[in-house]
Design a binder for this molecule. Structure first.
Ligand code: NAD
Length: 302
């Protein structure tokens, strides 16, 4: 099975590396040529365009920032559709709106190609460790063919339904993450302003009913250390809530907390923190409270 991988950023690079290390012949492409060099040094071959790559492989995986990038990689003049042979399986692992996935999948199928959406959760650390959670939408037989590749990148792999379902699950997850993160930021700042030690709050709440992934993972690694390098960036979280709001509009469902969360991440982007981890939203409350929620024993240079 010859595999192509397009989009070698924070997530794509370690995911592609794990596929290569499990012995699959791999051809890679990124719009930034230097992004390919690390994988080429490790034995992958480089392609000159998505079109050229598509003509040399059985499966193309894409891991791109957003639907605009996925569209340009698939539909562009030098794109995958232009170079694909009939039966090629496209696996988009980027986070995009379910409706974008459905549109692109329909176009692929009209050309005799196959399509899965397979977004992931677990962040850069999960990608590096090969321990991502992968949620897959599409046909059962295509899912089964791809399973050995998913197992190179992830630990928990779920076939959740038809095309677009993977991204629907992902958006629900990331809506919750984005809202939970803001809850953690304001509650923690209140606790410290009221005179509590952040390390005490960490210890008690991680063992109490207020805990969440945003709390147990982000408080020690980012907030208490003051180290806000992603991680999962505010820009990507902002995009994901935007996709949830777009999907909610299509479904005629109100997203009250989602709308507020969207504005908070917009504010944080306006502050120039778009490239920082989502936990950096706590700085909005810290500014108002006139304090920093840090713990000297975990503190990094920040
Ligand atoms: P990134 O910005 O680090 O990487 C994207 C890569 O795609 C870059 O190398 C870029 O050069 C390349 N690219 C952009 N446009 C291209 C084009 N037209 N042709 C070819 N290459 C192109 O982003 P990331 O953090 O790796 O995230 C990728 C996807 O995974 C996003 O959809 C994101 O929402 C999702 N995701 C990210 C995380 C995370 O923690 N970073 C976690 C889960 C899911």
């Amino acid at each position: 099975m010859r595999v192509g991988f397009i989009g070698l950023g924070n997530m794509g690079r370690p995911m592609a590396k794990n596929i290569l290390q499990k012995g699959f012949p791999l051809i890679v492409y990124d719009i930034v040529p230097t992004a390919m060099s690390h994988l080429i040094d490790q034995g992958a071959q480089g392609a000159s365009s998505p079109k050229e790559l598509a003509g040399r492989v059985d499966i193309v995986i894409t891991m791109l920032p957003d639907a605009k990038a996925v569209s340009s990689v698939l539909e562009g003049e030098e794109g995958v559709f232009a170079g694909a042979r009939k039966g090629l399986l496209i696996v988009d692992m980027s986070t995009v709106a379910p409706s974008d996935t459905q549109r692109l999948a329909q176009e692929a199928m009209a050309r005799g190609l196959r399509y899965l959406d397979a977004p992931v959760s677990g962040g850069v650390a999960g990608a590096e460790a090969g321990k991502l959670t992968i949620m897959v939408g599409g046909k059962e037989e295509d899912y089964k063919q791809c399973l050995p590749l998913f197992q190179c990148m992830g630990e928990r792999i779920y076939h959740v339904g038809d095309i677009g379902s993977g991204n629907a699950v992902k958006l629900v997850n990331n809506l919750l993450l984005g809202i939970n993160m803001i809850g953690v930021a304001e509650a923690l700042t209140l606790g410290v302003k009221a005179g509590l030690k952040p390390e005490v709050l960490l210890e008690v709440i991680k063992n109490s009913s207020g805990q969440s992934y945003a709390f147990t993972s982000k408080v020690p690694s980012f907030i208490l250390s003051g180290h806000f390098k992603p991680g999962f960036s505010i820009n990507l979280q902002h995009k994901d809530i935007e996709l949830a709001l777009q999907t909610a509009k299509e479904c005629n469902i109100p997203l009250l907390l989602g709308s507020v969360a969207y504005q908070v991440y917009t504010l944080a982007r306006g502050k120039g923190w778009g490239q920082e981890d989502i936990s950096a939203v706590i700085k909005l409350w810290e500014e108002v409270a006139g304090l920093e929620v840090r713990y000297a024993e975990l503190r990094k240079d920040g």
